[in-house]
Design a protein around this ligand. Structure first.
Ligand code: ADP
Ligand code: MG
Length: 243
């Protein structure tokens, strides 16, 4: 199952991705591949993983150096495989990194697309934390996305941005089976007044001061125990039919 998370910068995509990954790990829905597809990679921070290798560090000339006896395709797959950070905790992390320089990235994207299609079979779940615009998603995977969560804060401006993400998603060539709006950072005393036409709101994750401070204090999702947020994510995952 492929789960993708999208939305404007700062709404909480990476925090929500890490919550989803933790929820899957706790429910033994492993192995999981976490994909950090935001050029400002920080999913590793949320997950408590220092992953030094990124796909964008792979240069095309490296791909050309396949040793004799190893096919080009196998060599490329091996190189990409080597960039995956294994954690031994039920999930691995693949960091896309920053596209650098004109022309040197598209080919890697294409290779990656084929690779993701193959590697998909090795994992029970793939969770993709996207960049704000989400434009790259269709270039990076041609797998069907099972569930797309568009994350928004409960503000008019954030909902406008979410609407744009929804439109982008609708014009993409890849098939997205289910799309939901996920409202994050809802203050307890507030009720979300915003709606997005044609997109079901799957649930809310409350704004939680302690959750915020824990990340500020360099904790990661696996050493944060926050019952309020946990409950919110559980509701969303079950309503979305994931588990
Ligand atoms: N439910 C929440 N309650 C409190 N703080 C949150 C919540 N969700 C996210 N945050 C905080 O909001 C900030 C942005 O979140 P982040 O996941 O990095 O956003 P994005 O990936 O969309 O750019 C971070 O400081 C994060 O800790
Ligand atoms: Mg992020």
């Amino acid at each position: 199952m492929i789960i993708a998370i999208a939305g404007k910068g700062g709404v909480g995509k990476s925090a929500v991705s890490s919550l989803i990954i933790k929820h899957l790990v706790e429910n033994k829905k492993t192995p999981i591949l976490a994909v950090d597809a935001d050029p400002n990679s920080n999913l590793g921070y949320y997950l408590g993983i220092e992953c030094k290798s990124a796909i964008s560090d792979l240069r095309e000339n490296e791909f050309k150096k396949n040793p004799s006896g190893v096919s080009k395709v196998d060599w490329i797959d091996l190189k990409i495989q080597e960039s995956i950070c294994e954690t031994g905790k039920g999930f691995d992390l693949l960091v896309m990194g920053k596209p650098e320089g004109p022309g040197c990235y598209c080919a890697v994207n294409n290779l990656l697309r084929d690779f993701l299609k193959k590697i998909n079979r090795q994992y029970a779940f793939v969770v993709i934390d996207n960049e704000a615009g989400m434009e790259h998603l269709s270039r990076r995977t041609n797998n069907e996305v099972d569930v797309l969560f568009i994350v928004a804060e409960p503000t008019a401006i954030s909902f406008l941005a979410a609407e744009n993400v929804k439109k982008t998603a609708e014009t993409m060539s890849i098939k997205i089976k289910k799309k939901y709006l996920l409202v994050n950072k809802l203050h307890k005393e507030h009720k979300n007044q915003h709606k997005l036409d044609g997109l079901e709101t799957i649930g809310n994750v409350k704004y939680n001061e302690k959750f915020f401070n824990d990340f500020e204090n360099k904790k990661n999702i696996f050493n944060i125990d926050n019952q309020e947020i946990k409950k919110d994510i559980e509701d969303i995952m079950s309503k979305a039919g994931i588990l």
